[in-house]
Design a protein around this ligand. Structure first.
Ligand code: BMA
Length: 796
């Protein structure tokens, strides 16, 4: 097989535009690279960009061809989406699914010398509008109407966190293959584990008579020759574990197809040796939902992942690597790929293998009624096979779900039979054929199928949105007992540096036209203000408001995660909505479009720590405090501290707590011995503070093991707005890569803010009981930044 890459410079023509650009690339990436369109993320530019995609665009280039008497194949890894392909002006094929790979024999279209290939993309919006007219299909209201008719990443049509930028183009590699030899048509790697022993089988499929040479290289470099389709026992197998539970050793399987001893085709894959099951067994609380790795039931911790950019050619391995590294840094051991985007690139899975992130992947269907006619089912079946074949060998791939929220979405839909055909027949059939070893559930949230109560709390994974969409107070999380919570979230605004990239100074008010353009969840600003009024004093300016929204978000997620980790055993997973952003704007993300951590990501580093000390308190704020009502209502002020140990080792130490005043002076204190077995929870005796002065008193707590503080925090008994904070007179000093903060009084959510640069810190947005605290700079140069520090005291 000889490969001729057709990537590189192409010409694009259409809709009044004519320019050169780089393939893989798209209408937007071509026009942007030539300065022919404005940045669609800036101010209101999205509107112009949307209009640009209304037309038809032809991408073309020429290539030399010398006939050698062998067939020539055209291979396209991704065409987005409604596309007609011509070779030398002769129609070759039409495509309508960006998630598929296509290949055609084009030999008869070619002549010796210069040949031309052209791909004409027509408007996706026009396509879905025409289909929608014939048959109406419901879908998320933030999107272009009718998006479910086309197999194009739904979120390119808009979402409640992203713009409508339905780009078009050649979004993945395109190349020619001269078929001068036999070819590897498939390489499948399976594992068998039994009592610590592991066998690997590599099954290479070839389209002609030819020999395969298969070499297995262990993580320490030892090579072994394998026979095709013959089980091989791996010597001293090194098992792959999720982050925090062990190492991530990877073995390389290199398969060469030989003709006369020469390699004519090659496939290299990395595998991790592990078993990774989904356990759904009846128990005292219903039915568990839990990943089991190498026989160990793990508590999944992480977030939901969406596409990283509207312009897909701007995504790359480095960007994804940084994002996933940041997950690992914050103790994530799992990540869910949400179903309204794209099947991620190979590098995403390779990095999840390396970093130990178990992937819970939706197939690419979200919140809409996808038609289930014969042609669509065939299209979807092919799409599923293409992608599952590409990713199935990855150690990280732990669970596949048929869709995001569509089962729940169909409660009143007349299209239920079609739902069943797609998610309960077509997709599971593809999984059974291509990768039966990977667990499949038909939907997230899951019910067991057949519309059997997808919202049930006692089984399956759950999406819980009564906090946020339902407007319920944060304390509501504690009233629920989920088995695995794969979505729950709270919005915030990105930092001012990020807002500055898409606004002018006059736009910097959250209700301005430009800011609202970058807030895609219709009722969200009202919600933010509602929750703000429950918790904080009214922020004095835009910057303080931004900081406050990030605290609300972080506190909401902390309340939920700490509760779920206290319920370890009954609950076995918590993935918050959402990890990242597709553009700069308001959203549920913990890391913004530019990779900047919001307060939530720093909180996650603490609330996902393998050993967690958390506090389940009662106080005035346990339910939504309405001053006139609740003040007259009797409430208790108690605290129940709890240690969650998600490690293989027992935690033996002491928990120290103190009731303090606003100056952080100790009023009462105590300590309790802790002996918490591996993978378990120890709930400590309830501490009753009687009628403490909730406006002036708070509690601090820390877990100390072998002289080291493993986890710590503070808790108020009232809303932040009522607590009478003293001015902590925060100061900062920088010494190399260390930053020291000092506080003269209790300081809540102390934020070190680099106004003009980007710093990643070992900790940030933390509470201080007065005194000083030194933080390490993990990324960036503090000497080159103007630093500011603030805390909840400054919200007024
Ligand atoms: C969920 C997700 C997304 C959405 C989010 C916030 O249910 O599946 O569709 O962005 O809620 O509304």
């Amino acid at each position: 097989m000889i490969k001729f890459d057709l990537g590189g410079i192409w010409h694009m023509e259409g809709n009044g535009y004519s320019c050169e650009g780089t393939v893989p690339g798209s209408v937007y990436s071509f026009l942007l690279s030539q300065g022919m369109m404005k940045d669609p993320h800036y101010r209101m530019n999205e509107n112009d960009a949307l209009a640009i995609c209304d037309g038809e665009y032809t991408f073309s280039r020429t290539f030399e061809y010398v006939p050698h008497g062998y067939p020539m194949l055209l291979h396209c890894d991704g065409l987005d989406t409604v596309c007609a392909i011509q070779i030398n002006k002769m129609p070759l094929a039409q495509t309508d699914n960006m998630h598929r790979t296509y290949e055609w024999d084009i030999t008869s279209f070619l002549h010796s010398g210069k040949n031309e290939i052209s791909l004409t993309f027509s408007s996706a919006d026009a396509y879905i509008k025409a289909k929608q007219k014939m048959q109406h299909r419901a879908g998320s209201p933030e999107c272009l109407d009718g998006f479910s008719h086309l197999r194009k990443a739904h979120c390119m049509m808009g979402w409640d966190w992203g713009p409508r930028l339905p780009d078009a183009g050649i979004w993945r590699p395109i190349y020619l293959l001269e078929k001068n030899s036999a070819r590897l048509t498939d390489v499948r790697i399976t594992q068998r584990h039994d009592k610590g022993r592991v066998w690997i089988t590599v099954t290479a499929m070839v389209d002609a008579e030819a020999a395969c040479r298969i070499i297995l290289t262990s993580p320490d470099g030892n090579e072994h020759m394998l026979q095709n389709d013959v089980e091989f026992e791996v010597e001293r197998p090194q098992l792959w574990w999720p982050n925090g539970l062990g190492e991530q050793p990877l073995y390389t399987v290199e398969t060469n197809l030989l003709e006369n001893g020469i390699s004519v085709d090659k496939c290299v894959k990395k595998v991790g040796l592990r078993t990774l099951k989904l356990i759904q067994q009846d128990d005292e609380w219903g039915r568990c939902f839990c990943h089991e790795v190498n026989g160990l039931r793990m508590f999944a911790m992480g977030a939901d992942y969406i596409p990283e950019d509207n312009i897909l050619s701007r995504c790359n391995r480095e960007r994804t690597k940084r994002l996933l590294e940041d997950c690992r840094l914050c103790h994530f051991n799992a990540i869910r790929v949400w179903g309204g985007g794209i099947y991620p690139e190979d590098w995403f899975f390779e990095l999840c293998d390396e970093f130990g992130l178990v992937v819970f992947m939706d197939m690419m269907f979200a919140c809409c009624e996808v038609p289930g006619d014969e042609a669509m089912l065939q299209n979807i079946g092919a799409e599923a096979r293409d992608n599952l074949r590409r990713i199935r060998h990855h150690a990280c791939l732990g669970l596949i779900s048929g869709n995001n929220e569509i089962e729940a979405y169909y409660s009143g839909s007349g299209y239920r039979p079609e739902y069943t055909l797609i998610y309960e027949k077509c997709l599971p059939e593809a999984v059974a054929e291509v990768c039966p070893e990977i667990p499949y559930v038909s939907s997230s949230p899951s019910s067991g199928g057949n519309f059997d109560d997808p919202q049930a709390e006692d089984r399956g994974d759950q999406h819980y949105w009564s906090v946020w969409h339902g407007g319920k107070p944060f304390g509501e999380y504690r009233k629920h007992h989920f088995r695995y919570l794969s979505e729950f979230g709270f919005q915030s605004f990105p930092c001012e540096k990020t807002i500055a990239t898409f606004t002018e100074p006059e736009d910097r008010n959250i209700f301005s036209r430009v800011m609202e353009m970058h807030q895609r969840n219709g009722s969200a600003n009202g919600k933010i203000l509602q929750y703000l009024s429950d918790h904080f004093l009214y922020p004095k300016d835009f910057g303080t408001l931004i900081y406050t929204t990030q605290l609300l978000q972080a506190e909401a997620m902390r309340t939920a995660v700490e509760h779920l980790r206290r319920e370890r055993g009954r609950c076995m997973g918590t993935l918050f909505w959402q990890l990242n952003d597709i553009w700069p704007g308001a959203s549920w993300a913990s890391i913004d479009y530019f990779g900047r951590w919001k307060a939530l990501q720093y909180y996650a580093r603490r609330f996902f720590a393998p050993v967690l000390l958390s506090c389940n308190e009662t106080g005035e704020q346990t339910t939504r405090p309405i001053v006139t009502l609740e003040r007259t209502v009797d409430y208790t002020t108690t605290a129940q501290l709890c240690v969650t140990n998600d490690t293989r080792h027992p935690v033996i130490g002491v928990v120290r707590w103190a009731l303090r005043d606003e100056m952080a002076r100790i009023i009462r204190k105590g300590e309790m011995a802790v002996q918490c077995a591996p993978f378990s929870v120890q709930t400590l005796p309830l501490i009753d503070f009687q009628k403490t002065d909730v406006d002036h008193h708070y509690i601090s707590y820390e877990l100390v093991c072998k002289g080291q503080v493993l986890s710590e925090g503070t808790t108020l008994f009232t809303a932040e707005k009522y607590f009478v904070f003293a001015d902590p007179r925060l100061t900062l000093s920088v010494d190399g890569d260390r930053i020291t903060v000092t506080a003269q009084a209790y300081a809540k959510a102390v934020e070190i803010n680099a106004l003009d640069g980007d710093l990643l810190l070992s900790d940030n947005v933390f509470d201080m009981n007065a005194g000083s605290r030194t933080i390490k700079v993990l990324r960036g140069d503090p000497a080159a930044c103007t630093l500011r520090v603030r805390s909840v005291y400054d919200i007024r």
